[in-house]
Design a protein around this ligand. Structure first.
Ligand code: COA
Length: 317
């Protein structure tokens, strides 16, 4: 059976870093409160970088890693909920920037679950032979939708992008699980240009939703694969709050040491968190051929999902 394999990763972050200390000057908060309640220490914030420029940078790195030329890519998916420009879609703009002239390209908006929705869309395209090589990117500049006077939300988010190159392959195990529950009022924004552009969030409801859906998604993936939780080498969770990662690990009874975390440095980059984590893990040599990786996410929509797969074999590139 045809499925997909990740063969390259890349990421890109804006240069400007905003620390918790800096936020103390903007809203009534403290470094101590933010670290204790979220695990976040700082975040990157765009000063001119856009969803498209950052996505293009991450895409180039992922292509180089995968040893693929842009012309070989026949599908580009950009997961984003913070595009600065509505038309053309970000994926088409990335296509133009990297020169992927043979690709079809479109955006996916499933908020913070967006990268996993896009990755599993790529799987569906590659599995059915509609494409062979895809670029899947999670790219967000949420700082433009954040109300920097709202201490309940502005402390959480950051800007950043991660990208992967995937190729169609034979018999590589790939298990997916996605879900959506239409609920308008928990986490929403009218989008760039709207009078209601700012992110509105009921933090406690999001927290509850994550603890309800993420462990269940993990169990579903394990059941589909016929695996035990101990067989998974890495759990790569959406980086929204360290306490959510901790609680999910506790519920699943998996050691926190198997859950990769980088929220301290980036905050919540929405669709960017999981591919940024994968890129860092690959860069640090944490991901070894044959290891089992489970990615899990949740976000506005409300949406949630996951993917369970084995890390690439270098020879397979
Ligand atoms: N600094 C200091 N105090 C703050 C604060 C801040 N940045 N934000 C809220 N508070 C205060 C509240 O006003 C409240 O004060 P009160 O007790 O006097 O009323 C107190 O801290 C507790 O607020 P609460 O909302 O109960 O905190 P919490 O422990 O639920 O943490 C979040 C708030 C937002 C950090 C947490 O709910 C969360 O992370 N939720 C998930 C959000 C998320 O992941 N969103 C993205 C999804 S993709």
């Amino acid at each position: 059976m045809r499925t997909i394999r990740i063969t390259g990763t890349g990421s890109a972050l804006p240069g400007r870093i905003v620390t918790n200390k800096e936020l103390e000057q903007m809203v009534e908060t403290s470094d101590e409160w933010i670290r204790e309640r979220t695990g976040i220490g700082e975040r990157h914030v765009s000063v001119g970088e856009t969803v498209v420029t950052l996505a293009s940078e991450a895409a180039r790195k992922a292509l180089e890693q995968a040893g693929k030329r842009a012309e070989e890519i026949d599908l580009i998916l950009v997961a984003t909920c913070s595009p600065e420009q509505y038309l053309p879609c970000c994926a088409c703009q990335v296509q133009a920037a990297v020169g992927a002239v043979n690709a079809l390209a479109f955006d996916v908006n499933a908020a913070c679950s967006g990268f996993l929705f896009a990755l599993n869309t790529a799987d569906a395209y590659l599995r059915t032979g509609l494409a062979e090589n895809a670029l899947v990117i999670g790219s967000e500049v949420l700082s433009k939708l954040v109300d920097w006077t709202d201490r309940g939300s502005c402390i959480l988010f950051g800007d950043g992008v991660g990208a992967v190159v995937v190729k169609s392959t034979q018999d590589a195990p790939w298990y997916a699980h996605l879900g959506a529950r239409g609920e308008r009022d928990i986490l929403w924004s009218g989008g760039m240009g709207s009078e209601e552009r700012y992110l509105h969030m009921n933090g406690q409801e999001v927290f509850k939703f994550a603890l309800e859906t993420v462990p269940q998604a993990a169990r579903t993936l394990l059941a589909k694969a016929g695996m035990e939780k101990e067989q998974v080498d890495w759990y790569v969770l959406h980086q929204a709050n360290h306490r959510i990662v901790e609680s999910v690990a506790r519920r699943l009874k998996v050691p926190l040491s198997k859950c990769y975390e980088n929220i301290e440095r980036y905050g919540n980059t929405s669709a960017g968190t999981i591919p940024i984590a994968l890129d860092e893990m690959a860069e640090q040599g944490l991901l070894k051929a044959g290891q089992w990786i489970m990615c899990l996410g949740f976000g506005s929509g409300m949406t949630w999902g996951g993917a369970l797969f084995q890390w690439q074999d270098k020879e397979e590139k």
